[in-house]
Design a protein around this ligand. Structure first.
Ligand code: GLU
Length: 477
């Protein structure tokens, strides 16, 4: 089939949580639309009212919005094929169902659940697969919308192409009379998505593995409706870091908005989620969003499961944080400063931020990494005891080293260069290794688990503060 304009869609069900798998589907569909002059459509599939979770539609919009995955048509903004919420399109499904009834390709299901169960049991007893089509009623009643409507299937083999999985084929035995409309008046997902994709002129269906087994039946519906099907692309599973099971909430797969709240950048999330099953064929791991839009292709999406590695996500975030200009980073950390920075000037905050920029793994690290620039830290001797090298020193040795540091730094001009020189001299005077001397000074002025280069840290703190903290540390033991 040929379509001049690419139209892709993300069709989530409003069932809560916006996990990375869902976002990945949205993202790949968005890439495909954005790399041409195509359109990316958001459609809410709320036909399973039992599973619906209140507030999830807003949540989906918020998550996509926060990541910058913009849609061109959707429930919030409308579009030429509105409405974009399935529960508001019931008449459309009914009309399409009627078309199938009219051509003899759908019929009302006359059986009670008990009768159906009996068919199922007898198939089981005969060790046969249960096929509904083997029990087609001879004279089905007229469909009045209060019983399920089933497809009158046409069992036959299928061969089709999936952009990710390649050429696939199935035999007629997997085709059955699946339900199109339920007795509650709602269509099934199986039917509704086909109708909507056709009405909305969708060119690519990009979705998860869970639908692949139903694909032959979908092809049967397309045939019955005499319409072409869109291009299919089936995404690989996302696997938990350890073992071979699919990713679940317990494996660190939080809601994507929670990652943002925890100080992950939207571009990191996009880069990371895209890398779950896609690479550009080179070793490159860090991509900007425009680069990904340009380089993404469905045929480079892997078939096998992709592994979710939270450590890698953290590493990637550090890389993306480094790529930001100081002003850009400054604008994004507004909510992440320590309480102590409340009254600090913008100049001071930018100075501090510049110092720690390449140490931040998440924006959340900012508070703990910078608190001591804005307030007096409380000495915590357990940090010395917990340090492998420093724990070997006697208290009096520590005091001597700190006093020596005070004496030398008092004389220093306190530019980063001058401080470095002083620190180097101090190494000679004390005969200590940098790992010991510098760690000690670092802790004594910051009482933080890690900090930027020592000379820069001291320069930003300023001479008075540094000397005072070193003196406090000397007497604090
Ligand atoms: N509503 C389906 C889901 O949330 C979407 C599947 C599709 O993309 O067609 O799983």
């Amino acid at each position: 089939m040929s379509h001049s304009v690419i139209r892709t869609r993300f069709a989530p069900s409003p069932t809560g949580f916006m996990h990375v798998g869902g976002i990945r589907t949205a993202l790949f569909a968005w890439f495909v639309a954005r790399q041409s002059e195509g359109a990316f459509i958001l459609r809410l599939e709320d036909t399973d009212q039992k599973r619906e979770v209140e507030g999830s539609a807003d949540h989906i919009l918020a998550a996509l919005g926060a990541l910058g995955i913009t849609h061109d048509e959707g429930p919030d903004i409308g579009g030429p094929y509105a409405p974009y919420v399935q529960s508001e399109r019931l008449d459309i499904y009914k009309a399409w169902a009627q078309k199938l009834i009219d051509v003899g390709r759908a019929y009302a299901d006359p059986y009670t659940p008990v009768e159906l169960e009996a068919f199922r049991e007898s198939a089981k007893a005969n060790k046969k697969a249960f096929l509904y089509r083997e029990h087609r009623p001879e004279n089905p009643p007229e469909w009045d919308g209060t019983t399920p409507l089933r497809l009158k299937s046409d069992p036959k083999p299928y061969q089709w192409h999936d952009e990710v999985l390649g050429d696939l084929s199935t035999g007629p035995e997997v085709i059955d009379d699946i339900i199109l409309m339920k007795s509650d008046g709602f269509p099934t997902y199986n039917f509704a998505h086909i109708v909507d994709d056709a009405e909305m002129k969708i060119t690519h269906i990009i979705r998860g593995q869970e639908f692949i087994a139903s694909q032959p039946n979908y092809l049967n519906i397309y045939d019955a409706l005499e319409i072409d099907h869109p291009i299919f692309a089936t995404m690989p599973h996302i696997m938990a870091e350890a073992g071979n099971k699919k990713l679940g909430k317990r494996d660190g797969a939080k809601d994507v908005l929670d990652y943002l709240k925890d100080g992950y950048l939207p571009e990191t999330m996009i880069n990371f989620i895209a890398s779950l099953g896609w690479n550009d064929g080179t070793e490159q791991e860090i991509f900007t969003i425009p680069e990904m839009i340009e380089k993404f292709s469905l045929d480079r999406v892997q078939k096998s499961g992709a592994r979710f590695d939270e450590k890698r996500l953290e590493w990637m975030n550090g890389q993306h944080i480094r790529l930001l200009s100081l002003d850009d980073l400054y604008a994004r950390v507004t909510d992440f400063w320590p309480e102590s920075a409340k009254d600090a000037t913008e100049d001071k905050k930018k100075l501090v931020l510049g110092l720690v920029q390449d140490r931040l793994k998440t924006l959340k690290d900012l508070a703990i990494l910078t608190d001591y620039f804005f307030t007096e830290p409380t000495p915590d001797w357990s940090m010395i005891e917990g340090n492998k090298q420093l724990s070997k020193l006697e208290a009096v040795e520590i005091n001597t080293l700190l006093s020596e540091a005070v004496v030398s730094l008092e004389e220093s001009d306190f530019t980063p260069e001058a401080i470095q020189e002083t620190l180097n001299q101090l190494l000679e005077i004390t005969g200590q290794k940098p790992g010991i001397l510098f760690s000690l000074i670092r802790l004594a002025v910051s009482w933080a688990p890690f900090s930027p280069a020592l000379n820069d840290t001291l320069a930003v703190l300023g001479k008075d503060v540094v000397l005072e903290r070193l003196r406090t540390a000397t007497s604090a033991q």
